[in-house]
Design a protein around this ligand. Structure first.
Ligand SMILES: [Zn+2]
Length: 121
């Protein structure tokens, strides 16, 4: 799929934690369901940590064990899953805060009416 090519261009940035916001969400939501892109990501990690002997000492402890045991499939799984959890949590927070904003607005309008009623009647 040509769509995949666009996501595969982002693999490097994703792996370096440089994707944020909507582009991170789009990437993760695609890769979680796309075996081709998942495989590309796995290949990326295999080359980065397996062949180039990239230093894994600055890698998050949650991921280190996968790198140390060369389980790049597991690494991809774990990262995608972790990112999805954070993304879903942020979505819930966003929804909750927009509902809260709506409630506050409604309350303000109500108070405005109350003030007007008390003043003029
Ligand atoms: Zn894809």
């Amino acid at each position: 799929m040509s769509e995949c090519r666009n996501y595969q261009k982002l693999i490097n940035r994703y792996a370096m934690y440089k994707l944020t916001g909507d582009s991170l969400r789009d990437f993760v939501e695609h890769v979680v369901d796309c075996n081709d892109c998942r495989e590309e990501l796995e290949i990326y990690y295999t080359i980065r940590y397996g062949l180039e002997e990239d230093d894994s000492s600055n890698v998050n402890d949650n991921y280190k064990k996968y790198i140390d045991s060369c389980d790049y499939n597991g690494l991809v799984d774990k990262r995608i899953k972790d990112d999805l959890i954070v993304i879903r949590k942020n979505e819930r927070l966003e929804k909750a805060s927009s509902r809260m904003a709506l409630l506050v607005n409604a309350l303000l309008v109500f108070l405005l009416f109350l003030t007007l009623i008390l003043k003029y009647f």
